[in-house]
Design a protein around this ligand. Structure first.
Ligand SMILES: Cc1cc2nc3c(=O)[nH]c(=O)nc-3n(C[C@H](O)[C@H](O)[C@H](O)COP(=O)(O)O)c2cc1C
Length: 200
């Protein structure tokens, strides 16, 4: 993306949408993967990858287990950050904001679209908890749920939900020669976006 084109954007969600589409085209495997950072109440950070399934005027949506470590952290400290990196595009996007619940109806709707085996997997996993007996325990639990739900529609587990991250800062980064990378930072201010350039 040329500098002149990059800097003319005043709406970061439009720019994100453009980059996300390009990533989908050129970085086909998990183009929607990003690193989600949370921090516990003492401010100790932790990070892991998640898949952003969609985004809209509210923010960035992903799904997870609400008994997981990340959920335990963001339930008490709702400030989180996301970082996307698309190697073929040589671009990074950093997002900081507040995490909220996605309405349950939307989680139900999305859960229905998941492959049956992934739905069973969601039931079988006590995400982030210690697993007695090792990996075979998980396979056994998977089998149990497979039998339990045989021939019926699988409901969304209460502990598996969508979350939406309401962005407060969105920064776009483009790799350029000689480490003269371009950075454009958008900050939410009074329902508008303020735009600033940053040194690389
Ligand atoms: C590419 C990739 C995508 C992932 N997507 C998700 C996801 O959308 N939701 C999720 O809960 N975990 C996802 N995971 C697993 C998490 O990285 C992590 O292992 C898990 O959520 C437990 O994290 P926690 O113990 O910090 O809660 C993904 C992992 C990778 C490598």
């Amino acid at each position: 993306m040329k500098s002149e084109e990059f800097i003319k954007f005043s709406d970061p969600l439009k720019l994100f949408s453009l980059w996300f589409d390009e990533a989908k085209e050129k970085d086909t495997y998990n183009y929607n993967a990003c690193c989600l950072a949370t921090a516990d109440v003492r401010g100790v950070p932790s990070a892991r990858m998640v898949l952003v399934k969609s985004f809209d005027e509210r923010g960035f949506i992903f799904f997870t287990n609400t008994n997981s470590r990340k959920a335990e952290e963001f339930e008490r400290n709702n400030k989180v950050a996301l970082c996307f990196y698309w190697k073929p595009l040589k671009r990074q996007v950093r997002i900081e904001g507040t995490i909220m619940d996605l309405p349950f109806k939307e989680s139900d709707k999305y859960f229905k679209t998941r492959p049956r085996k992934s739905q069973i997997g969601a039931w079988a996993s006590k995400q982030s908890n210690f697993m007695e007996g090792g990996y075979t325990t998980l396979l056994k639990k998977y089998k149990l749920y497979e039998e339990k739900f045989l021939g019926i529609d699988i409901p969304r587990p209460d502990f598996w939900c969508g979350k939406v991250i309401l962005p407060e800062k969105i920064e776009f980064w483009i790799e350029k020669d000689n480490r003269l990378h371009e950075r454009l930072l958008f900050t939410a201010q009074n329902e508008k976006w303020a735009k600033e350039y940053l040194y690389p």
